[in-house]
Design a protein around this ligand. Structure first.
Ligand SMILES: [Zn+2]
Length: 306
Protein backbone atom coordinates (compact mmCIF):
# COMPACT_ATOMS: atom_id res chain seq x y z
CA UNK A 1 0.00 0.00 0.00
CA UNK A 2 1.53 3.38 -0.95
CA UNK A 3 2.21 5.34 2.21
CA UNK A 4 0.29 8.34 0.84
CA UNK A 5 -2.94 6.35 0.90
CA UNK A 6 -2.94 6.26 4.65
CA UNK A 7 -2.76 9.96 5.35
CA UNK A 8 -4.14 11.66 2.28
CA UNK A 9 -3.02 13.05 -1.07
CA UNK A 10 0.62 13.91 -1.63
CA UNK A 11 2.25 16.82 -3.41
CA UNK A 12 4.85 15.66 -5.93
CA UNK A 13 7.66 18.00 -6.90
CA UNK A 14 11.31 17.70 -7.89
CA UNK A 15 11.41 13.91 -7.54
CA UNK A 16 10.07 14.10 -3.99
CA UNK A 17 6.67 13.34 -2.55
CA UNK A 18 5.48 15.57 0.27
CA UNK A 19 2.50 15.25 2.58
CA UNK A 20 1.49 17.74 5.24
CA UNK A 21 -1.13 17.87 7.94
CA UNK A 22 -1.18 21.63 8.64
CA UNK A 23 0.21 22.48 12.04
CA UNK A 24 0.91 18.83 12.79
CA UNK A 25 3.53 17.26 10.53
CA UNK A 26 5.17 17.03 7.13
CA UNK A 27 6.56 13.87 5.58
CA UNK A 28 8.87 14.05 2.56
CA UNK A 29 10.15 11.01 0.67
CA UNK A 30 11.45 10.06 -2.76
CA UNK A 31 8.69 9.22 -5.24
CA UNK A 32 10.08 5.69 -5.18
CA UNK A 33 11.84 4.84 -1.89
CA UNK A 34 15.33 3.67 -2.76
CA UNK A 35 16.80 3.04 0.67
CA UNK A 36 15.25 1.44 3.76
CA UNK A 37 15.85 4.49 5.93
CA UNK A 38 13.41 6.67 7.90
CA UNK A 39 14.38 9.82 9.83
CA UNK A 40 12.13 11.85 12.07
CA UNK A 41 12.36 15.10 14.02
CA UNK A 42 9.64 15.08 16.69
CA UNK A 43 10.75 18.05 18.81
CA UNK A 44 11.64 20.83 16.39
CA UNK A 45 8.08 22.08 15.89
CA UNK A 46 7.46 25.77 16.50
CA UNK A 47 3.83 26.33 15.45
CA UNK A 48 2.11 27.00 18.76
CA UNK A 49 -1.58 26.05 18.77
CA UNK A 50 -3.83 28.91 19.89
CA UNK A 51 -5.29 26.85 22.73
CA UNK A 52 -1.91 26.45 24.41
CA UNK A 53 -2.59 28.80 27.31
CA UNK A 54 0.16 28.49 29.89
CA UNK A 55 2.09 30.58 32.35
CA UNK A 56 5.52 30.11 30.76
CA UNK A 57 6.99 32.90 28.57
CA UNK A 58 7.21 32.00 24.89
CA UNK A 59 11.00 32.42 24.89
CA UNK A 60 11.31 29.71 27.56
CA UNK A 61 9.06 27.39 25.55
CA UNK A 62 11.17 28.05 22.47
CA UNK A 63 14.37 27.18 24.36
CA UNK A 64 12.84 23.74 24.96
CA UNK A 65 12.46 23.07 21.22
CA UNK A 66 15.01 20.97 19.38
CA UNK A 67 15.40 24.06 17.25
CA UNK A 68 16.54 23.74 13.60
CA UNK A 69 16.85 19.93 13.73
CA UNK A 70 14.32 19.61 10.90
CA UNK A 71 16.50 21.95 8.82
CA UNK A 72 19.71 20.10 9.64
CA UNK A 73 18.28 16.82 8.30
CA UNK A 74 16.12 18.30 5.53
CA UNK A 75 18.23 16.75 2.77
CA UNK A 76 17.52 13.19 3.95
CA UNK A 77 15.03 12.44 1.11
CA UNK A 78 17.75 13.29 -1.43
CA UNK A 79 19.59 10.26 -0.07
CA UNK A 80 16.54 8.06 -0.55
CA UNK A 81 15.17 8.30 2.97
CA UNK A 82 11.75 9.21 4.30
CA UNK A 83 11.85 12.30 6.53
CA UNK A 84 9.09 13.26 8.97
CA UNK A 85 8.96 16.44 11.05
CA UNK A 86 6.49 17.58 13.69
CA UNK A 87 5.23 21.16 13.44
CA UNK A 88 3.71 21.40 16.92
CA UNK A 89 5.95 22.08 19.93
CA UNK A 90 6.80 19.35 22.39
CA UNK A 91 5.58 21.61 25.19
CA UNK A 92 2.02 21.20 23.80
CA UNK A 93 2.11 17.41 23.71
CA UNK A 94 5.24 15.29 23.50
CA UNK A 95 5.20 12.65 20.76
CA UNK A 96 8.26 11.06 22.36
CA UNK A 97 6.21 9.88 25.34
CA UNK A 98 3.87 6.93 25.71
CA UNK A 99 0.17 7.76 26.02
CA UNK A 100 0.04 6.41 29.56
CA UNK A 101 3.09 8.45 30.69
CA UNK A 102 0.75 11.12 31.98
CA UNK A 103 0.48 12.86 35.34
CA UNK A 104 -3.25 12.64 36.22
CA UNK A 105 -2.94 15.56 38.64
CA UNK A 106 -2.60 17.85 35.62
CA UNK A 107 -6.23 17.11 34.70
CA UNK A 108 -9.35 18.73 36.10
CA UNK A 109 -11.49 15.62 35.73
CA UNK A 110 -11.04 11.89 35.83
CA UNK A 111 -8.96 10.40 33.06
CA UNK A 112 -10.71 7.34 31.69
CA UNK A 113 -7.61 5.70 30.22
CA UNK A 114 -4.77 3.74 31.85
CA UNK A 115 -2.01 5.77 33.45
CA UNK A 116 1.44 4.44 34.23
CA UNK A 117 3.58 7.40 35.20
CA UNK A 118 7.17 6.79 34.19
CA UNK A 119 10.27 8.67 35.21
CA UNK A 120 9.61 11.44 32.66
CA UNK A 121 6.11 12.20 33.95
CA UNK A 122 7.33 12.07 37.54
CA UNK A 123 9.94 14.70 36.63
CA UNK A 124 7.21 16.85 35.08
CA UNK A 125 8.11 16.04 31.46
CA UNK A 126 5.60 13.36 30.53
CA UNK A 127 3.10 13.36 27.68
CA UNK A 128 1.82 16.74 28.93
CA UNK A 129 4.40 18.83 30.74
CA UNK A 130 3.99 19.97 34.33
CA UNK A 131 7.23 21.94 34.05
CA UNK A 132 9.00 23.68 31.20
CA UNK A 133 12.75 23.22 31.72
CA UNK A 134 14.29 23.90 34.03
CA UNK A 135 11.39 24.18 36.48
CA UNK A 136 8.77 26.66 35.24
CA UNK A 137 5.23 25.64 36.12
CA UNK A 138 3.29 25.23 32.84
CA UNK A 139 -0.32 25.53 34.04
CA UNK A 140 -1.84 27.45 36.94
CA UNK A 141 -5.07 25.47 36.68
CA UNK A 142 -5.69 21.83 35.79
CA UNK A 143 -6.44 21.11 32.14
CA UNK A 144 -9.84 19.81 31.03
CA UNK A 145 -9.57 16.15 30.02
CA UNK A 146 -11.27 16.99 26.73
CA UNK A 147 -8.39 19.31 25.84
CA UNK A 148 -5.79 16.63 26.49
CA UNK A 149 -7.82 14.12 24.47
CA UNK A 150 -7.86 16.58 21.58
CA UNK A 151 -4.08 17.03 21.74
CA UNK A 152 -3.71 13.27 21.63
CA UNK A 153 -6.14 12.71 18.76
CA UNK A 154 -5.13 15.67 16.60
CA UNK A 155 -1.36 15.79 17.19
CA UNK A 156 0.19 12.80 19.02
CA UNK A 157 -1.75 10.13 17.17
CA UNK A 158 -1.25 11.47 13.61
CA UNK A 159 2.49 11.79 14.29
CA UNK A 160 2.73 8.22 15.55
CA UNK A 161 0.50 6.94 12.73
CA UNK A 162 2.74 8.64 10.15
CA UNK A 163 5.96 7.29 11.63
CA UNK A 164 4.55 3.81 12.23
CA UNK A 165 3.03 3.62 8.75
CA UNK A 166 6.28 4.75 7.15
CA UNK A 167 8.35 2.23 9.11
CA UNK A 168 5.87 -0.55 8.27
CA UNK A 169 5.83 0.37 4.61
CA UNK A 170 9.61 0.38 4.31
CA UNK A 171 9.91 -2.87 6.27
CA UNK A 172 7.33 -4.56 4.05
CA UNK A 173 9.01 -3.32 0.92
CA UNK A 174 12.64 -4.01 1.82
CA UNK A 175 12.49 -6.51 4.69
CA UNK A 176 14.54 -4.13 6.85
CA UNK A 177 14.17 -0.62 8.20
CA UNK A 178 16.73 1.71 9.80
CA UNK A 179 15.12 4.58 11.71
CA UNK A 180 17.10 7.56 12.99
CA UNK A 181 15.16 9.58 15.58
CA UNK A 182 16.68 13.09 15.52
CA UNK A 183 16.97 15.50 18.46
CA UNK A 184 19.20 18.17 19.93
CA UNK A 185 20.31 18.72 23.52
CA UNK A 186 21.29 21.75 25.57
CA UNK A 187 25.05 22.05 25.73
CA UNK A 188 24.85 21.86 29.51
CA UNK A 189 23.26 18.41 29.57
CA UNK A 190 25.73 16.04 27.91
CA UNK A 191 28.30 13.92 29.72
CA UNK A 192 31.48 15.74 30.62
CA UNK A 193 35.01 15.51 29.37
CA UNK A 194 34.47 14.53 25.76
CA UNK A 195 33.95 17.44 23.50
CA UNK A 196 36.45 18.53 20.89
CA UNK A 197 38.05 21.92 21.19
CA UNK A 198 38.61 21.63 24.93
CA UNK A 199 34.94 22.03 25.84
CA UNK A 200 33.42 19.68 28.33
CA UNK A 201 30.35 18.15 26.67
CA UNK A 202 29.89 15.50 23.99
CA UNK A 203 28.95 16.70 20.52
CA UNK A 204 26.50 13.84 19.98
CA UNK A 205 24.76 11.31 22.19
CA UNK A 206 23.45 8.13 20.55
CA UNK A 207 20.71 6.19 22.33
CA UNK A 208 19.64 2.62 21.59
CA UNK A 209 18.05 1.90 24.94
CA UNK A 210 21.14 0.04 26.08
CA UNK A 211 21.42 -2.03 22.93
CA UNK A 212 17.76 -3.05 22.63
CA UNK A 213 16.29 -0.80 19.93
CA UNK A 214 18.71 -1.50 17.05
CA UNK A 215 21.39 -3.85 15.87
CA UNK A 216 24.76 -2.81 17.22
CA UNK A 217 26.09 -2.26 13.68
CA UNK A 218 23.73 0.72 13.23
CA UNK A 219 25.02 2.46 16.33
CA UNK A 220 28.61 1.64 15.37
CA UNK A 221 28.38 3.02 11.85
CA UNK A 222 26.76 6.25 13.06
CA UNK A 223 29.31 6.68 15.88
CA UNK A 224 32.28 5.85 13.63
CA UNK A 225 31.12 8.27 10.94
CA UNK A 226 30.64 11.11 13.41
CA UNK A 227 34.00 10.43 15.06
CA UNK A 228 35.72 10.35 11.67
CA UNK A 229 34.25 13.83 11.09
CA UNK A 230 35.90 15.00 14.31
CA UNK A 231 33.00 14.84 16.77
CA UNK A 232 32.98 13.43 20.29
CA UNK A 233 30.25 10.81 20.66
CA UNK A 234 28.71 9.40 23.84
CA UNK A 235 26.51 6.29 23.93
CA UNK A 236 23.33 6.00 26.03
CA UNK A 237 24.62 8.60 28.48
CA UNK A 238 22.71 10.60 29.48
CA UNK A 239 20.09 9.91 26.79
CA UNK A 240 19.14 6.30 26.10
CA UNK A 241 16.23 7.00 23.77
CA UNK A 242 12.56 7.16 24.72
CA UNK A 243 9.20 6.24 23.20
CA UNK A 244 9.81 6.79 19.49
CA UNK A 245 12.81 4.45 19.37
CA UNK A 246 11.02 1.95 21.62
CA UNK A 247 7.57 1.81 20.06
CA UNK A 248 8.26 0.45 16.57
CA UNK A 249 11.68 -1.17 16.89
CA UNK A 250 12.43 -4.88 17.01
CA UNK A 251 15.99 -5.64 15.92
CA UNK A 252 15.22 -9.39 15.88
CA UNK A 253 13.04 -8.80 12.80
CA UNK A 254 15.22 -6.07 11.26
CA UNK A 255 13.37 -3.03 12.59
CA UNK A 256 16.12 -0.79 13.93
CA UNK A 257 15.64 2.55 15.72
CA UNK A 258 18.44 4.78 17.02
CA UNK A 259 18.16 8.17 18.75
CA UNK A 260 20.66 10.91 17.95
CA UNK A 261 21.09 14.03 20.12
CA UNK A 262 23.12 16.96 18.77
CA UNK A 263 24.80 19.42 21.12
CA UNK A 264 23.06 22.72 20.29
CA UNK A 265 26.15 24.82 20.88
CA UNK A 266 27.63 23.38 17.68
CA UNK A 267 25.03 25.10 15.52
CA UNK A 268 23.18 27.79 17.50
CA UNK A 269 23.44 30.40 20.18
CA UNK A 270 21.36 28.95 22.98
CA UNK A 271 20.70 32.37 24.51
CA UNK A 272 19.58 34.29 21.42
CA UNK A 273 18.31 31.17 19.59
CA UNK A 274 20.06 32.30 16.40
CA UNK A 275 22.05 29.91 14.21
CA UNK A 276 25.77 30.29 14.67
CA UNK A 277 28.63 30.05 12.18
CA UNK A 278 28.84 26.27 12.66
CA UNK A 279 25.38 25.59 11.27
CA UNK A 280 26.25 25.04 7.62
CA UNK A 281 29.28 22.86 8.39
CA UNK A 282 27.19 20.70 10.69
CA UNK A 283 24.43 20.40 8.08
CA UNK A 284 27.00 19.30 5.49
CA UNK A 285 28.36 16.72 7.95
CA UNK A 286 24.85 15.41 8.65
CA UNK A 287 24.34 15.05 4.89
CA UNK A 288 27.48 12.90 4.88
CA UNK A 289 26.11 10.88 7.79
CA UNK A 290 22.77 10.34 6.05
CA UNK A 291 24.57 9.26 2.89
CA UNK A 292 26.63 6.74 4.87
CA UNK A 293 23.50 5.33 6.55
CA UNK A 294 21.67 5.04 3.22
CA UNK A 295 24.69 3.38 1.62
CA UNK A 296 25.10 0.99 4.57
CA UNK A 297 21.42 0.01 4.45
CA UNK A 298 21.21 -0.49 0.67
CA UNK A 299 24.52 -2.36 0.54
CA UNK A 300 23.12 -4.84 3.05
CA UNK A 301 20.07 -5.37 0.84
CA UNK A 302 22.20 -6.01 -2.23
CA UNK A 303 24.42 -8.42 -0.27
CA UNK A 304 21.36 -10.27 1.06
CA UNK A 305 19.93 -10.61 -2.48
CA UNK A 306 23.11 -12.16 -3.90
ZN1 LIG B 1 14.20 16.01 21.51
Amino acid sequence: MPIGEVLGPDVVSGGLRSLSIPGVLTRVCPIEPVSPVVLDSPHSGSLYPSDLVCSVPRMSLRRAEDMYVEELFANAPKFGAIFIQAHFPRSYIDPNRALDDLDPDLLSSDWPYPVQMGEKARLGHGLIWRFCPPDLLMYRDPLPSSQVRRRINEYWRPYHDCLHTSIEYIHRRFGEVWHLNCHSMPSSSGPGGLRRGGCTQADFVLGDRDGTSCGQEFRVIVADTLQSLGYAVAINDPYKGVELVRAYSNPAVARHSLQIEINRSIYMNERTLQKNSGFEDLKADLDKLTAVIADFATTRLVAAAE
